[in-house]
Design a protein around this ligand. Structure first.
Ligand SMILES: NC(=O)c1ccc[n+]([C@@H]2O[C@H](COP(=O)([O-])OP(=O)(O)OC[C@H]3O[C@@H](n4cnc5c(N)ncnc54)[C@H](O)[C@@H]3O)[C@@H](O)[C@H]2O)c1
Length: 416
């Protein structure tokens, strides 16, 4: 990772300006990781924006600097947002291989349609770049297996998958409760991610509603990784699954207004038996990934019910954690206003509310922290590992089989 190398006269001039000397001292010790972004759509922009407000995190000793971007088609209009906002940008290309050949690029963030994950992720790892890839980390299990094989060949690359919900302060608290074994025997765990906009039959089809680009998993590939993140990190692993999948809107208009087949699953409801890898306890575990969920916008939720304590959180009420501590007397839920209680210190005061772009910033910090220090800050503040992506591919593949056969499907042993 590169550091700032300023000549002596430049340093002394900056020191003479007085107020900036602290910044100089900080920054001269600050390491810089040169990033390339491949895929400049919604998530590519989120990543670029997070990198741009790095000074929000005063305690970080490493920062990202975006030096290259790749998008499928280059047009002045499409790339102007990146060019106008990223002064460090030196390479703009439509060929991801050119970006990977750029020796200045040390790490890549890749956010492209799922059918490209295997090719792009494998090429990035083969080129020796650290990789923050997007979920589901391969369009299907076969693609994920291929990515995993490439990771094993290149152990020096840090490879992680993006999923930001674990970084909400309330979810971090739930992580701390899991680590402290506060829940007692787990009675049940319920997680879900609910969207409502697909209820509109006039919403045009996009690659996310096409099997060719999004994959057979449909809504499970898009939303499922996010809901698996906390339970899998906790070591709550499904041993079997009964899935019910629905294609509620089998046709959608294309951009010309013609009705075309829309074959991806809209909604998936999974009931599993999960095993706690620490205690061996087995308990019911439900996962709901619904794109047609009336009244919902972008509702990621988790509910953990245990014999000693319970907790629940939803991004609908993103600054509130609900807990129930059972001490043999009253069983009462309490609401705790969490605010901006972040893992990677932020300049935002603790009383301010927290949102998705803050979670993305925290997640990026987790990636750079782990790269710099060689380990995550805490168990629940590390990005999703490749092994965790394999766990969800195993689950989602079994869910497809379960729906098709109308039976409960065993998941078998976990093998990495
Ligand atoms: N973490 C999250 O909350 C979250 C949210 C949405 C999407 N995602 C994931 O991010 C990824 C991208 O989703 P998105 O919503 O940003 O999609 P998007 O459609 O907004 O962006 C995808 C981008 O990939 C580009 N692209 C396509 N083919 C390319 C090629 N050959 N070379 C270079 N660029 C190419 C497209 O031009 C587009 O700009 C997916 O894996 C998706 O599952 C994650």
């Amino acid at each position: 990772m590169a550091q700032w190398h300023l000549t002596k006269p430049v340093k002394s001039l900056i020191r003479k300006l007085g107020i900036w000397s602290w910044l100089l001292d900080e920054r001269c010790q600050m390491k810089t990781l040169h990033f390339g972004i491949i895929g400049c759509g919604m998530m590519g922009r989120e990543f670029a924006s997070a990198a741009a407000r790095w000074f929000h995190l005063p305690d970080m000793s490493v920062r990202p600097e975006i030096v290259a971007i790749c998008r499928r088609t280059i047009s002045a209009e499409k790339i102007s947002w990146f060019k106008d906002n990223i002064p460090t940008l030196r390479q703009v290309t439509s060929d991801y291989r050119e970006l990977l050949d750029n020796r200045d690029v040390e790490a890549v963030y890749i956010a492209v349609p799922h059918n490209l994950h295997q090719e792009f992720y494998c090429a990035a790892i083969e080129a020796g770049k650290h990789l923050m890839g997007e979920k589901p980390f391969g369009i299907d299990k076969k693609a994920n297996d291929a990515i995993m094989a490439r990771i094993r060949k290149h152990p020096d690359c840090l490879v992680r998958c993006s999923s930001q919900f674990m970084f909400f302060p309330a979810v971090q608290r739930i992580g701390q409760m899991i680590e402290a074994d506060a829940f007692g025997t787990i009675i049940e765990v319920n997680v879900g991610f609910l969207h409502g906009s697909d209820l509109n039959p006039a919403k045009p089809i996009s690659w996310k509603r096409m099997v060719e680009y999004n994959g057979e998993y449909g809504c499970m590939g898009d939303l499922g990784p996010h809901v698996c993140s906390v339970p899998f990190r906790a070591g709550w692993i499904p041993v079997n699954v009964r899935a019910v999948l629905s294609n509620i809107m089998p046709k959608r208009p294309n951009l010309r207004g013609e009705m075309v087949p829309c074959e991806t699953w809209d909604n998936a409801t999974l009931l599993c038996e999960a095993k706690d890898s620490n205690s061996g306890d087995v308990f019911p575990f439900t996962l709901r990934t619904h794109r047609v969920s009336p009244g919902q916008r972008n509702n990621w939720y988790i509910e953990v019910l245990g014999t000693k304590a319970c907790a629940r959180f939803s991004t609908k009420d993103a600054n509130t954690l609900e807990t129930l501590d059972y001490n043999g007397r009253e069983q009462a839920w309490q609401k705790i206003e969490i605010g901006h209680e972040v893992t990677f210190k932020s300049i935002t005061p603790g009383i301010f509310q927290f949102g998705v772009s803050d979670a993305i910033l925290q997640m990026c910090a987790a990636f750079l922290y782990e790269l710099d220090k060689g380990r995550p800050f805490t168990k629940f503040s590390g990005c999703i590992t490749p092994e965790e992506t394999t766990l969800w591919h195993r689950l989602l593949t079994a869910a497809l089989k379960s729906h098709k056969s109308g039976t409960t499907v065993a998941l078998g042993r976990v093998e990495y």
